[in-house]
Design a binder for this molecule. Sequence first.
Ligand SMILES: [Zn+2]
Length: 254
Amino acid sequence: MERNERERQMSPAERRRRMEAKKRRQKERARKKRIRMLILIGMGAAAIALIGLIIFGIVKLVSGSGSSEITSKSGTFVIAIDPGHGGEDIGQSNGDSVEKNITLAICSKLKTMLEDQLGYQVIMLREEDLRLSKEERVQKVNESQADLLVSIHCGYSEDAGISGSVSYYKTDSKSSKDLANKIQEALVEVSSTADGGVKEGNFSIISNTEIPSVLIEVGYLSNFEEASNLSDDKYQSTIARGIATGIKNKLAKN
Ligand SMILES: [Zn+2]
């Protein structure tokens, strides 16, 4: 009754002011509600993004690409060895030192060491002077039960003064990088060849294979002294021993 009384006594101007004040309050409430909604939506999106990141991290860990461990499919490690070049594809050469022959000789010695002394299984991509395309090599590896791949090549430079070995690993593969590090370390130690370092490599045989893969350039054929060393039977055994030791060190401390 009192309120109605007061309203009746109000001037039209006052009534208008009151109405406007009421509208302002309603608008303000609606604005606050919108802000609260936006905050909620933002928090929801952030939560979804966070859950997505966690799931992504778990999947990466489980799939192994984020791990440096090399796992064996059968219980015994199976190692694929790729002697670079072959047949009419001779690779690089310097006098009598020809890349396709050097890679096959080193890989044959490496196979013997890995099988007879370390008890691993070996798959050689070629055991004779045979030409294989890049695609055939990749297919052979991917269809095999191999757990890791080592491809052997020689380096070559315009600068005949450069010598040493370089180990390349598959991009974004921690296990390949770790393997390359171990091989490079052991190889430089046993052969006292110059340390050309460990680098990311963009070669088809390591990029397109599905297992941890490295490509080792065991020395520069463009360097006269290194070229003659690489054709020497004893030096080839030394290089093979370095690579075998690197593989063993990786798989033992996996
Ligand atoms: Zn080559």
